[in-house]
Design a protein around this ligand. Structure first.
Ligand code: LLP
Length: 436
């Protein structure tokens, strides 16, 4: 998004008011050109330092097939967290080794369907191996390694490795995991980790690469196995606070490539495909949430009531995450501390407190939450009978509805009411008579 000199907000070449007039609010808006730019910037940074490099897109961050197709066109595979995400990836025309299944704590059904789908199976624990082998020996197998350390700008909640994390093969079990897989007849191997999300410190990426490579180097050397790919996970961060520095992607790629190549040599490993599977870096900043002010209350504080509640943007309430907010046409005004909330019957929905916002903010104004493209729509929910927002893609001066706003019927989809509850009890007074 950008703001012109008059304070008017644009998504690429389309104004916020045109989107609101066309589709209503709240609406997630994604900028196609920005997604492509983000992808290419990162891909080029890594590829120029290590040619055999590929991105998979973690579809969990924004699962709209139109968005996933943009990344597919750019050459990304898909990282799927569940069987349904595998199906989504297949719907956009990917399959086989272009999809990696990194589920955790899987049921037998998950394992069976995951194997049948023919995608790369990435096991979150050594204990899953015998369960997988019950269905046959996969030709290619990967383990998600917990390298013993993780970190995240989103806070402890999103630290995905180290002693407190629920993910990955314990570092002490890595050698044994690959040994058991090899002895069971697996012929081709890959390796994976995902230690943290939203990191803007380039040093971190070199550090985790070193941790992983020391574990894999040992396994490769002791077991005589070749890793066809090594996937360093996602985690390429974006700044949410306007004062925060963006990730220096060239420095991150430099750190990764230097360590990676050094460790390949040190352990005498045949060079694998180097992979990463970010999501936020591609779609986070390229997506915004557009809402409207519906009501203003002057109480203990002045509270601006919008249709952007925790139900459509859960991150602030779940993780205390910061998202900057702009008011269309008013960014040139003086700011004063205001509160902002959504329409949900929970006080946690009062998610913006004492934030400097344009002083004239008024009913009918459009508000834009920035950096909402990753973990935004996908984490929205129907609490209080509020329906999920629409999703719109913008490209240049064109805009496309890529997901309709949910309709009332969605609240009843799949609902069954047993017969004994459908016979009408009559009016309240009839019911009262019966009761007495
Ligand atoms: N790969 C795996 C296995 C993952 O679990 C994730 C994200 C990614 C890749 C992509 O990570 P990214 O590049 O986007 O950091 N809901 C939280 C983020 C949770 C991250 C979950 N895993 C948030 O709103 O910040």
């Amino acid at each position: 998004m950008k703001i012109d000199n008059n304070g008017t907000i644009f998504f690429d070449g389309v104004s916020a008011s045109e989107i609101a007039d066309s589709y209503g609010t709240p609406t997630y808006v994604y900028e196609e050109n920005q997604i492509r730019e983000n992808f290419r910037r990162a891909r080029d940074a890594f590829r120029k330092r290590y040619e055999d490099f590929r991105f998979f897109y973690a579809i969990k961050a924004c699962n709209n097939p139109a968005i996933a197709r943009i990344l597919k066109q750019e050459g990304a595979g898909i990282d799927a967290a569940s069987v349904n995400e595998i199906l989504l990836a297949q719907k956009i025309g990917l399959g086989g080794e272009d999809i990696m299944f990194s589920g955790n704590y899987l049921s037998d059904d998950d394992i069976k369907q995951g194997l049948e789908s023919g995608v790369i199976f990435n096991l979150d624990d050594i204990s899953l191996l015998p369960r997988v082998l019950n269905y046959g020996v996969p030709e290619l197998l990967s383990f998600r390694v917990n390298p013993g350390y993780g970190r995240s700008n989103v806070g402890e909640f999103v630290t995905n490795a180290g002693p407190k994390a629920k993910f990955g093969v314990h570092p002490d079990h890595v050698l044994e995991a690959y040994r058991q897989a090899r002895d069971a007849g697996v012929k081709r191997f890959g390796a994976h980790m995902m230690p943290g999300s939203c990191i803007t410190d380039p040093e971190y990426f070199g550090y985790i690469t070193e941790l992983l490579m020391d574990l894999l180097g040992q396994a490769g050397r002791d077991l005589g196995i070749h890793f066809e790919f090594i996937d360093l996970g996602g985690g390429l961060g974006i700044p949410y606070d306007p004062d925060e520095q963006p990730l220096d992607i060239e420095a991150a790629a430099d750190n990764v490539a230097n360590v990676f190549k050094k460790k390949l040599k040190e352990y005498n490993l045949e060079p694998p495909t180097l992979m990463m599977e970010p999501a936020r870096y591609f779609v986070g900043e390229a997506g915004s949430l557009l809402g409207r002010v519906h009501s203003i209350k002057h109480s203990y504080k002045e509270i601006i009531g919008t249709d952007i509640g925790m139900n459509v943007m859960a991150r602030p309430v779940m993780y205390d995450a910061y998202h900057h907010i702009y008011v269309d046409g008013r960014e040139n005004e003086e700011k004063r501390p205001l509160g902002m909330c959504g329409q949900i019957c929970e006080n946690s929905d009062f998610w913006v407190k004492d934030r400097p916002l344009p002083e004239g903010t008024d009913i009918g104004d459009l508000v834009v939450v920035e950096n909402a493209g990753a973990y935004g729509y996908v984490m929205s929910f129907q609490y209080n009978g509020r329906l999920r927002p629409a999703e719109v893609l913008v490209k240049g001066n064109e805009h496309f509805l890529i997901r309709e706003r949910e309709k009332f019927e969605a609240l009843l989809e799949g609902v069954h009411v047993p017969d004994h509850l459908t016979c009408d009890g009559g009016s309240f007074s009839q019911a009262k008579e019966r009761y007495h």
